[in-house]
Design a binder for this molecule. Structure first.
Ligand SMILES: [Fe+2]
Ligand SMILES: [Fe+2]
Length: 241
C-alpha cells in the first residue's frame, strides 16, 4: 500500500493507495541538512508515512513540516510529526497562519508570503501564494535547486499512479475536478498558470498522482486554460442546489 521512491535527487515520494478512494496520496520528503516533509497525510496514516521516512532518515530530525493548505490529507498528521521531531516547525502560507493554523494546541507556524524562501542546505524552497486554487489559504512550493514544483492538488491524476508519468491524463484531471467540485474558479488557477509559465520548472510533483516532467506538462496546462473545471453546484457528483 505504501511505497517510497527517490523521484528527484534527494526528493522522495511516499505514496499510499488503497483503492477505496479515487486518488492516491503522496507526501514528499526532502533529504538535506534541514530535512523537510511536504504534506503529512491524514492522521491515521502517520505511522505508515513515518516508517517510510525512516528508510531514508530519522523522522526525529525533520526540521520543517510544510502544509500547503489546511485540509486533512495535507495536515492531519501534523501534531504527531511535531511531537516526533521536537526541533521541527510548521510552515504554511501567511494567510493560513492567520486564519486556520492559529488558536490550536500547537506552536505558531511560520507563515510564508509570496517569494519568501527557506534554505534547507543544498535545497531551497520558494513559496508562492496561490489563493483560491482549491482553498483560500493555498500556497505552492518551488524547490529551486532541482526545479521541482509542489502544487498540492493542482495537476491531480486519479487512480494508482507510478512515481513518474509522461502520459496525458489531463482529461481525467478535468473530469475529477468537475465531479468533486474542489476548485472555486478557473480564474484563480489561470492566474497561477501564468506565473508558472515564467518559472524554470523541471518536474511537477502533485499530491495525488505521478510526478510530471516539464516536457509532458503541456496538455495539462492547455486543459486547465481551455476547459471548464470549476465548481458548478455539485460536490462529489451530488447536487447541492
Ligand atoms: Fe486539498
Ligand atoms: Fe490533497
Amino acid at each position: 500500500m505504501f511505497r517510497i521512491d527517490e523521484i528527484q535527487k534527494d526528493i522522495f515520494r511516499i505514496n499510499y493507495f488503497d483503492g477505496k478512494r479515487p486518488v492516491g496520496y503522496s507526501q514528499f520528503l526532502i533529504r538535506d541538512a534541514m530535512p523537510a516533509l511536504i504534506h503529512t497525510g491524514i492522521y491515521p496514516l502517520y505511522e505508515g508515512v513515518r516508517d517510510e521516512i525512516r528508510k531514508v532518515l530519522d523522522p526525529a530530525t525533520l526540521r520543517y513540516i510544510v502544509i500547503p493548505h489546511f485540509e486533512a490529507d495535507e495536515c492531519g498528521g501534523m501534531d504527531r510529526f511535531l511531537a516526533e521531531a521536537p526541533g521541527s516547525k510548521l510552515v504554511c502560507s501567511e494567510l493560513c497562519s492567520k486564519i486556520n493554523l492559529y488558536g490550536w494546541n500547537a506552536p505558531a507556524p511560520l507563515g510564508m508570503w509570496n517569494d519568501d524562501v527557506l534554505e534547507l542546505g543544498r535545497h531551497r524552497l520558494r513559496f508562492l501564494m496561490t489563493p483560491h486554487v482549491h482553498h483560500w489559504d493555498s500556497m505552492m512550493v518551488f524547490e529551486e535547486t532541482e526545479g521541482v514544483l509542489f502544487p498540492a492538488d493542482l495537476f491531480i491524476q486519479p487512480g494508482d499512479q507510478p512515481p513518474t508519468t509522461t502520459e496525458d491524463l489531463s482529461g481525467a484531471m478535468i473530469q475529477l475536478y468537475r465531479t468533486i467540485g474542489i476548485m472555486p474558479s478557473e480564474d484563480a488557477v489561470r492566474r497561477v498558470l501564468d506565473r508558472l509559465d515564467r518559472m524554470p520548472i523541471s518536474h511537477v510533483d502533485p499530491m495525488h498522482g505521478a510526478s510530471i516532467p516539464a516536457a509532458a506538462l503541456k496538455p495539462y496546462v492547455h486543459a486547465l486554460r481551455e476547459q471548464p473545471f470549476a465548481y458548478t453546484g455539485s460536490l462529489f457528483g451530488k447536487e447541492v442546489s
